[in-house]
Design a protein around this ligand. Sequence first.
Ligand SMILES: [Zn+2]
Length: 314
Amino acid sequence: MSLKEKLWQEYTLRHAEVLWQAEERRERIYKENPALAEMERKLSEIGSRYCVAMVSGGDADALKEEMDRLQAQRDSFLASIGADFEPHFQCKKCQDTGMAEDGMCDCFRRELIAENFRRSNLDRSLAHQTFANFDLSLYSDEPQNGRFSPRENMQMILNLCKDFAADFDRQKKNLLFTGATGLGKTYLSTAIAKELLEQGKSVIYISAPEFARRIEVIRFKDEEGELEQFFGCDLLIIDDLGTESRTGYTMATLADMIDQRLRADKKIIFSTNLNLDGIQKAYDERIVSRLLGHFAYCHFYGEDLRIKAFKEGR
Ligand SMILES: [Zn+2]
């Protein structure tokens, strides 16, 4: 069951629970105040007579007056004892159903986002890593060996990442980030993840060693349900591909997962310090052909930003 379906279920229960509590309050107050039950009995009797009078031409006006008087009497009695039969929904807009007139209620969306954040493994310390905070000026604008300058290269990658997040549902390609450490691969993965989480998408962020470890643990615990999150989330980000311990089993599972996600049109971002040559050496043909055929290749180059910042005393 997806997180969204689980949350719908929770909302259905929450709505029913609030109605049930209101009904329980009503029953208790009527039990404690027999005079109320008597008023209701009279009201219902006069109500029936009023209906008959309306149809058969009796004195409906007098009965209506009597009904109004009794209703006012009952209401003022209820007010005097502070009776409250209203259902107390957490969200007045959707009455805890999660659905508002214009679609999914904001409260539902907020809870979905918060839960997706909790499940994403995204480190809170990376909260500042957003597209808006991304600083291109850290990258050199000197052209390198006939290639674009690192800054121009990053500008292109940044645009691609922003498009990827902004138009996520229509993306055809996945992303493969390659290049040395300290060039912003993790930063941009995080920025994309945060954008998508804000949109209510489910994202799982995991390092390749942790991913491989989890696959092995799940294998021996025989709890395949745990694998579901990697297959089912809207975006899976695997960081540091190539640093995991590669066994036949983890590689077969990785290849299966890539295939299943491609078939289901669910996106993946891999980041790796390996270059294409290194990827071809480390992985078998099945994985390599997927990476080459279905991923947009973003190569990060330039000077390690952390070393650069250190040198410049930032
Ligand atoms: Zn709501």
